[in-house]
Design a protein around this ligand. Structure first.
Ligand code: GLC
Length: 639
């Protein structure tokens, strides 16, 4: 390995001397510079492992081969993005996440809808898992059977490549889920392991009896306690336990074996070469488990992610990585890389605490907890950003911090129960949510579509125009915030046309036990293509479209680590300031109350003339200024 290191150092030196840098010489520079870092990280995890040398040598060979395989177009894009490493933080990026099949059947169907995305202003698509999975029992695609094949229902790998090319020609990016904590129990590795192949048994965690599982369970969270209790599955034929944190058919990969890490890096780079721009690294918090240690966010997880990232940097530096870790703020920022690893881990993470608290603030009509929590989020490194979202395919976990709720004089459990009753329409309120994974004390997570949680489903049923109006305002509020907070706004497909809950899943035997399918609707093209006939949905769509196009013109909405929350003194309001590189400010003022309220002028200046970018309206700031129910203002100083 030392000889290899010297060779790559030398090739780096030669490459540095090359005046007309080609993508080849740039690759040698990257490999030569990152080799020692990757080696160090590898040593950290596997210094005494018997497969260390073999796995590491294999890894370096993979990096070289995968780079050679990369197309000229991709190499060009890599170099272009290396010069603009923060490309994903631009205010011009607007994302949408969708299930290919539910949206328009398959990859080809998706291609046909490029004009639809363009009309709305979407230029970054997060395609929900699309690799080969078993027909049923696949957790919405999160149980991968083959990392090198697509789900045939959606099309072939070639169809995916064509889709990616077509999207790129239209200046759009592709985000793909890389499910790396576990694979399906029907993956080749799992099948070989079931057949007793020792090499592949070491790819998973097998146990002859309950001694170690019982010890591990003491510090393990249960992810689906209702539908998949416990973290281990008994294999009757093999008479052994296997570790399965999620469902019984999702087998946890054993990253303590360096062969697993190398195989998975190879899989990721294989997919990178098919045209992926951003990888969403799924369920990363759980990638390392140990007896006596809480099984989330262990330091080894960060080392693993740094190896993924550094290998990606060598082969395909244009690719960015999202950490899908739905964890507390002080833990989530660690996924951006800490200390010497700052900037060498994930580039993007989910702003999950903000998302959950935005729903809490709507239910409370009050932003105290939201603001308090935001003040306690540690600063993230430069060149990293958030995915800002209001809804996604998962439930809403009420995972905000007990301590902060207590400091506001509230009982954490009571407050969560209040919120659940509120969104599940149990106190005459408007939400049509459903509890997900309820615990014995009543605490639960929450399912439901944005429109139904905002009251549209109930209001439409009751033909209550005023409530319809309020629901539209709440949807507008959520979208206006994620578009202005700085980061990648991720619209959840269907929310742009205010899709309400989708109850059909109750008829599907493999889905009816998982109410997350309530908010995974089939795209309603009758509505989307005939908006004239549907004025409510039309107004949601048009509003969103207008805000997206405005966002793209406002450089302050890029993420330059400039977000500042302001305590306006009015508990109904969330106020924040965004500043562009030239020092121009935009103040975003959001009213979380169902009633009109006022905001002060001091944080901008009394008598200052401002313009609301959303309406073009100009006015001079008074001592107190009015803001309508659930309204959002994007204010700049008017010249
Ligand atoms: C992530 C996904 C979720 C899935 C889980 C297991 O959290 O968002 O839908 O169930 O990973 O892969």
């Amino acid at each position: 390995i030392l000889k290899m290191q010297q060779a790559y150092k030398l090739s780096r030196l030669y490459a540095l001397l090359d005046k007309n840098r080609t993508s080849e010489s740039c690759f040698h520079i990257r490999l030569g510079s990152n080799f020692p870092i990757i080696l160090d990280l590898f040593e950290k995890l596997y210094s005494t492992h018997p497969y260390k040398k073999e796995a590491f040598e294999n890894l370096i060979e993979i990096l070289i081969n995968r780079h050679q395989e990369r197309s000229e177009e991709q190499k060009k894009l890599d170099l272009h993005r290396s010069k603009n490493p923060n490309w994903y933080s631009s205010n011009e990026i607007v994302g949408m996440m969708l299930y290919t099949e539910r949206f328009n059947q398959n990859f080809k169907g998706l291609e046909e809808k490029i004009p639809y995305f363009k009309k709305l202003g979407i230029n970054t698509l997060h395609l929900m898992p699309f690799l080969d999975v078993p027909e049923s029992e696949n957790d919405g695609g999160y149980a991968v059977r083959n990392y090198r094949e697509t789900n045939p229902k959606l099309g072939s790998m070639e169809d995916f490549e064509n889709l990616a090319k077509n999207l790129h020609q239209n200046e759009m990016n592709v985000i793909m889920d890389f499910v790396l904590n576990h694979c399906a129990d029907t993956h080749q590795w799992a099948i070989k392991a079931k057949n007793g192949d020792e090499k592949y048994k070491e790819y998973f965690y097998f146990f002859k009896d309950r001694t170690i599982p019982d010890a591990l369970e003491k510090t393990m969270l249960e992810i689906f306690p209702d539908t998949a209790p416990g973290n281990f599955t008994w294999l009757e034929e093999q008479k052994e336990w296997v570790m399965t944190l999620f469902h019984h058919y999702q087998w946890d990969l054993n990253y303590k074996n360096p062969r697993v890490l190398v195989e998975m890096i190879d899989n990721m780079l294989f997919l990178a070469n098919k045209g992926v721009d951003i990888f969403r690294l799924d369920a990363v918090a759980y990638m390392w488990k140990d007896i006596g240690r809480f099984n989330q966010n262990l330091p080894e997880v960060h080392t693993l992610l740094q190896i993924f990232k550094m290998c990606g940097q060598v082969v395909a530096p244009g690719i960015a990585y999202i950490a899908e870790a739905i964890v507390a703020p002080e833990e989530i920022v660690k996924y951006f890389g800490e200390a010497e690893a700052e900037g060498n881990e994930c580039d993007i993470a989910y702003n999950a605490t903000f998302m959950a608290l935005s729903w809490e603030a709507i239910a409370s009509g009050n932003t105290d907890l939201l603001r308090k929590s935001m003040y306690s989020v540690p600063k993230k490194p430069m060149n990293t950003t958030w995915i800002n979202y209001a809804r996604c395919h998962d439930d809403i976990g009420l995972g905000f911090e007990d301590k902060l709720i207590q400091e506001l004089g509230k009982n954490p459990l009571m407050h969560r129960l209040y919120m659940l009753r509120y969104y599940c329409d149990e106190q005459g309120t408007f939400g049509r949510g459903k509890r997900f994974m309820q615990e014995p004390n009543g605490n639960a997570r929450l399912s439901g579509s944005m429109a139904s949680l905002c009251g549209l489903e109930k209001a439409l049923e009751e033909k209550n125009d005023f409530q319809i109006h309020l629901a539209q305002k709440r949807i507008h509020l959520q979208h206006a915030i994620i578009l202005s907070l700085g980061g990648i706004p991720m619209i959840y497909s269907g929310d742009e046309i205010a899709s309400t809950n989708f109850y059909y899943y109750l008829n599907e035997s493999d889905k009816k036990h998982d109410n997350r399918w309530l908010h995974r609707p089939m795209m309603n093209w009758d509505i989307a293509e005939n908006l004239e006939k549907y004025p409510i949905q039309k107004s949601v769509f048009e509003n969103l479209k207008k805000m997206i196009s405005l966002r793209k013109e406002i450089p302050a909405f890029a993420d330059n680590n400039d977000l500042e929350f302001i305590d306006s003194g009015n508990s109904h309001l969330l106020v924040f300031k965004k500043t562009d590189k030239k020092g121009e400010h935009v103040w975003v003022i959001c009213n979380f109350s169902e009633y009109e309220t006022t905001f002060p002028s001091w944080f901008i200046g009394l008598n200052k003339k401002v313009k609301n970018l959303l309406t073009d309206e100009q006015f001079s700031l008074q001592y107190q200024n009015f803001i309508g129910r659930y309204d959002v203002l994007w204010l700049t100083l008017s010249t």
